[in-house]
Design a protein around this ligand. Structure first.
Ligand code: PMP
Length: 396
């Protein structure tokens, strides 16, 4: 079902444990991409011909399926971007520039991915707003007392990662959203890691924005989704100017299109949007609950098993985690461990995971990260264990 998984790497059957970076794609997604280019390829929304109408209908069907996937009230609140990064930049450039000014504060956390740090730093530099950081404990959990202290009338936006890519920590976002709203602040959730693992209902969460990436959800690269509350999206100026995002253009002035098109300038990523349907179908058919149960079982098994390795140091031991196991082996460089695992056919990620401030918090340069998806098995974790045990022994 996942063709890429059926291969040998360095003479060993591939074990793919780099799912937090990107997940593999089921065959249906690959076939949908090829089918689109073979049968329907055309530009959407403008064409009078049959191929264009078919492609437009299919493209818009994905918007409706995505709406359903996160239980958004209306499909016009689903904006296609090129990834989580672009979704966050879009909010910073439009909502941020219009509604955040000098003296205002933006709250983020120590465990943010660079894509949820740098856009806010850029906005602060431009507007004179300031960035405040909610600290964490050694286990990698937010210090909620500090959050309460930092959240004030000055806070205009809280932008937090729902689940950390580097530690796996699931943050108590429902509480954070409630408290932020009491102070009149809006909340953006970085759902890059949470959407593949957790049931997401934006109405129940009551978040103001949610940004995520299709490629971490068994879908194609180059596609992201930004959800926003209707009144906010309508009040925000456009992100980029061009075709599609206009109602009428005149040299005397231009009027902008309705949402979501106001934020989708130019020819979008049609093929990947259409193929994403197959990824959503795969998740829906498998069931988020089953996915979660399977991955929680793998994480629990792996955490327990690796603890037995002399020199295994877990990084991030929060009580609530998605299936991410970050660790160090003795005082070995994570990259060396990664290379030795690769020689054994096991793909993991090593380094700072685009979370350098978090690594600094732990006083380390990086970690080795094994992250599990629905297709991983306990037998594969046994192979990781055997390899790590050999690697650790070598350095003891
Ligand atoms: N936030 C988190 C927590 C992530 O894990 C990632 C991807 N590693 C991103 C944001 C950025 O996602 P993308 O590169 O798909 O834009």
């Amino acid at each position: 079902m996942f063709p890429v998984l059926h291969q040998e790497v360095n003479g060993k059957p591939l074990v793919y444990f780099d799912n937090a970076a990107t997940s593999q794609k089921p065959i249906q997604v690959l076939e949908a991409l090829s089918r689109y280019y073979r049968e329907d390829n055309s530009n959407i929304h403008r064409g009078a011909h049959t191929l264009a109408s078919r492609a437009t209908a299919d493209y818009e069907k994905t918007r409706e399926m995505t709406r359903d996937f996160i239980n958004a009230p209306d499909e016009t609140q689903i904006i296609f971007t090129k990834g989580t990064t672009e979704g966050i930049n879009l909010v910073a450039s439009t909502y941020g520039r219009k509604f955040i000014g000098e003296g205002d504060e933006i709250l983020i956390t120590t465990m943010e991915h660079h894509s949820n740090i740098v856009p806010w730093q850029m906005l602060c530099e431009e507007t004179g707003a300031s960035l405040k950081i909610i600290p964490i404990n050694d286990a990698g959990e937010l210090l909620m007392d500090e959050f309460d202290r930092l959240l004030t009338e000055k806070t205009k936006l809280v932008s937090i990662v729902h689940a950390s890519n580097a530690l796996g920590t699931i943050n108590p976002v429902k509480t954070i959203i409630e408290k932020a709203h009491q102070k009149g602040a809006k909340v953006l959730l970085d759902g890059a890691q949470s959407t593949a693992h957790l049931e997401i209902d934006v109405q129940q969460l009551d978040c103001d924005f949610l940004a995520f990436s299709a490629h971490k959800l068994y879908g194609p690269t180059g596609l992201g989704i930004l959800y926003g509350k209707r009144d906010l999206l309508e009040a925000m100026p456009p992100y980029q100017g061009g075709g599609e995002m206009i109602k009428e253009v005149d040299f005397a002035g231009t009027t902008y299109n309705e949402i979501p098109f106001k934020f989708e300038a130019g020819t979008p990523n049609i093929a990947d949007v259409i193929a994403f349907q197959k990824a959503l179908e795969f998740i829906n058919e498998t069931g988020k609950e089953n996915i979660q149960k399977h991955e929680a079982g793998l994480l629990e098994y792996a955490s327990r098993k690796m603890a037995d390795i002399n020199g295994f140091i877990p990084v991030g031991t929060a009580a609530e985690k998605v299936s991410v196991l970050s660790f160090l082996i003795n005082n070995m460089h994570p990259f060396d461990v990664g290379m030795m695992l690769d020689a054994a056919g096991i793909a993991v990620r090593t380094g700072h995971h685009c979370a350098q401030p978090l690594m600094k918090r732990y006083g380390i340069e990086g970690t080795v990260r094994a992250s599990f998806a629905v297709y991983n098995t306990k037998e594969e974790i046994d192979r990781l264990y055997d390899s790590l045990k050999r690697i650790a022994k070598r350095r003891n």
